[in-house]
Design a protein around this ligand. Structure first.
Ligand SMILES: NC(=O)c1ccc[n+]([C@@H]2O[C@H](COP(=O)([O-])OP(=O)(O)OC[C@H]3O[C@@H](n4cnc5c(N)ncnc54)[C@H](O)[C@@H]3O)[C@@H](O)[C@H]2O)c1
Ligand SMILES: [Zn+2]
Length: 284
């Protein structure tokens, strides 16, 4: 079990790329998949193939997401997001690779963010590629389904809600406003791969850094885990701030099992107060 002092010592004099997961956003009210409260719940996230091939799966998805979206768009960054943005502004962090789709790093002011799994705040046409802001799409969804409201739902990860076995036969899904094609949230679904150029952007951030700090990810999903694997292979330090165990623990030289919203601001304060370690001087 390591301490904040160990983490500070590791980061001192190094440039750090931060890899975040759902645990970084739980303190903003967005649930994770594999945290202490969610691990035992059965989850059936939509699969890419079903969304592409089955109109009924798309109707089910959007009927739930119409309700879940409000909770995502209203979520505010927490102390961990804010500290990570501040660590970047002060030159300790060169950028963030996030597996989250909630846009909270941008809202907190992080500058260089690679959204490995895309973002819920856009929808994309599968036919012509046109991007539409989710907020305008949400208005179109509401206009087509003015009475669609269900009480007593639980927000599930990815802006989904649990609606149970309800009748969605009357639910109507808007088409692309340019070509009439099928729209999909601009996120990487289970069974879909991360676009190549996005992976390259993430490797670019990794290459510029000297070490990697994981914040709030179980590292179960390979697209995040691969950065930790590579770091370990290359002998770069790996640090992990996560509630509970992760797949990367054996590869890490520092693991802190506490809330990101406590540890990240604590780290920021320690680095600022010690007044050393930032590799890049900033004007502020
Ligand atoms: N906020 C979001 O955008 C969101 C939410 C859920 C899922 N997802 C998607 O699902 C996938 C899930 O993989 P993952 O590794 O990101 O998440 P995960 O659910 O597998 O792991 C989250 C980890 O964070 C820990 N955790 C929870 N609260 C924490 C806190 N306050 N401080 C520190 N740690 C905390 C949990 O114990 C767990 O080990 C991702 O690929 C992501 O795209 C995104
Ligand atoms: Zn289109």
């Amino acid at each position: 079990m390591h301490t904040l002092n160990d983490l500070q010592a590791l980061i001192r004099g190094r440039r750090t790329v931060v890899l975040t997961g759902a645990g970084c956003s739980t303190e903003s009210g967005i649930p994770d998949y594999r945290g202490p409260l969610t691990r035992k719940k059965a989850r059936n996230p939509i699969l890419y193939k079903a969304f592409i091939n089955e109109a009924s799966a798309r109707v089910r998805y959007w009927s739930r997401s119409l309700i879940g979206w409000n909770r995502i768009v209203d979520a505010a960054p927490n102390a961990a997001h804010t500290a990570i943005a501040e660590l970047e502004a002060k030159g300790y962090v060169n950028g963030v690779i996030t597996q989250n789709v909630d846009r909270l790093h941008h809202k907190a002011g992080s500058d260089r963010v690679v959204e490995l799994h895309g973002t819920l705040s856009e929808v994309c046409c599968l036919d012509c590629g046109q991007l539409e802001q989710r907020n305008t799409f949400q208005q179109r969804l509401q206009v087509l389904n003015p009475d669609w409201w269900h009480e007593g739902h639980d927000l599930a990860p990815d802006g989904d809600v649990e609606l149970g076995d309800i009748d969605v036969s009357q639910f109507r899904v808007p088409a692309c406003s340019i070509c009439g094609g099928v729209l999909k949230p601009n996120v990487v679904f289970f069974g879909e791969s991360v676009p190549k150029d996005r992976v390259e952007d993430a490797w670019q951030l990794y290459d510029e850094a000297d070490m990697i700090l994981v914040v709030g990810s179980s590292l179960t999903v390979f697209s995040g885990y691969r950065f930790v694997l590579k770091a370990a292979k290359e002998g770069r330090p790996v640090a992990i701030v996560n509630l509970g165990p992760t797949r990367g623990d054996a590869l890490a030289s520092c693991c802190i099992d506490k809330e990101a919203g406590v540890i990240m601001p604590g780290l920021l304060n320690k680095l600022i107060n010690s007044n050393e370690g930032a590799l890049r001087e900033t004007s502020t």
